[in-house]
Design a protein around this ligand. Structure first.
Ligand code: PLP
Length: 374
């Protein structure tokens, strides 16, 4: 049986060549020419001075929060509607998360809820050390509005663009608005190094410091000398080789992802029961995953049925404020019913691999219609 996965890796064919080069030159380490080149290409693409490639998107967030001096007893604000990796590094640093609801236009952090939370935090003299804004499913949050509010309170933003490499807000690449921006090259993301990530930021000095922290904070001396605690978070030169080949086809992958989204949307244009993730005029999404919401709440039995047919569908992110592990954390919302909770009850991610054909998408659409809309 053919399996239609959400977003499987899609090699360009040139990856092996770079891997071989790394082997031939014996740069089998978290340093080397591929790594330097991959970082430079990522920096140029985002029109920033520097970039550090990391072992994962999660480690990039961890480094960003460390650079913002997040520590025991601090709070960090974060979108509730996201993958747990967005906030885990704050926990590693001993901070307490506060979750913020989404708004329906972008599914990203709601600016009004953020303002409410900041106002209250200021009143209690407990402003957060950082705000993690997530750009979901390849689409920009209302980053300018969020930035304006955060700036008014003097709190830096970390953009979690793990899912949104190459996407834009008013023609500017995501990840370049906040103090820091992070990306992920995990196997399921739009391009992959099998596992990896990257960190960019407004300050080249800060990124250089992140690079230092990512290699155990080892001082440049002929003996082992450490003035602070670092991490082993640098990307391998072998994997950076995969990254170079993948990055070269990023724009092609974005075009295909967008075409897949449009095909699904076209297939359901006459159906009232299903709506696709909106794209606002300020946003150019990479459409990492095609996502939709249905009128009726989705039941697990329908999802099991689809998976049995080889169609990997998954609900949208389960809001973090509803996760048992965060049951004691605060959550700010405007609506009586949280937007993130309705998205979770009604929303679905569809198979969006860039190797899908039109025939595949038509067949999947037919099965979805049978299972979800009858
Ligand atoms: C994938 C993902 C991450 C984590 O990236 P890894 O490279 O898997 O560590 C963080 N945030 C979001 C929103 C993600 O989708």
């Amino acid at each position: 049986m053919k399996k239609y996965l959400l977003s499987p890796p899609h090699m360009s064919g040139k990856e092996q060549r770079y891997i071989n080069e790394a082997f031939e030159s014996n740069w089998i380490a978290p340093s080397g020419p591929h790594l330097t080149r991959f970082e430079r290409e990522l920096a140029e693409y985002h029109d920033v001075e520097d970039c550090v490639a990391t072992s994962s998107g999660t480690s990039a967030i961890h480094l960003a929060l460390r650079l913002l001096d997040v520590k025991q007893g601090d709070t960090v604000f974060c979108s509730s509607f996201t993958f747990i990796a967005s906030i885990n590094p704050a926990i590693y640093l001993g901070a307490t998360p506060v979750f913020i609801d989404s708004e329906p236009l972008t599914w990203g952090m709601c600016p009004d809820s953020l303002e409410l939370a900041l106002k209250e935090a200021k009143h209690q003299n407990r402003l957060p050390k950082a705000i993690i804004v997530v750009h979901l499913y390849g689409q920009s949050a209302q980053i300018e509005a969020l930035l304006e509010i955060a700036t008014a309170y003097g709190v830096p933003i970390v953009e979690d663009a793990a899912e949104s490499l190459g996407a834009e807000y008013n023609g500017k690449k995501l990840g370049t608005f906040g103090e820091f921006g992070i990306f992920s090259f995990n196997g399921n993301k739009i391009i992959t190094t099998s596992g990896g990530g990257a960190l960019i930021g407004k300050s080249a000095v800060a990124i250089e410091h992140a690079r230092f922290l990512s290699s155990q904070a080892k001082e440049d001396k002929p003996y082992y000398h450490h003035k602070e605690v670092g991490y082993n978070y640098r990307l391998s030169n072998v994997l950076a080789g995969i990254g170079i080949a993948q990055f070269a086809v990023l724009d092609k992958r974005i075009r295909k992802k967008r075409a897949i989204f449009n095909l699904y949307q076209h297939n359901f244009q006459k159906e009232e029961g299903i709506t696709f993730m909106p794209e606002q005029s300020f946003s150019f999404g990479n459409r990492w995953l095609t996502t939709c919401t249905t009128n009726k709440s989705i039941q697990d039995k329908h999802l099991y049925q689809l998976v049995k047919q080889g169609i990997e569908v998954r609900r949208l992110w389960k809001p973090l404020h509803t996760q048992p592990v965060f049951k004691d954390c605060s959550f700010y919302k405007l609506e009586k019913k949280a937007v993130s909770e309705s998205l979770y009850e009604h929303g679905l991610c569809l198979p969006s691999g860039t190797m899908l054909t039109i025939t595949d998408i038509d067949w999947i659409s037919g099965q979805l219609r049978k299972e979800l809309l009858n």
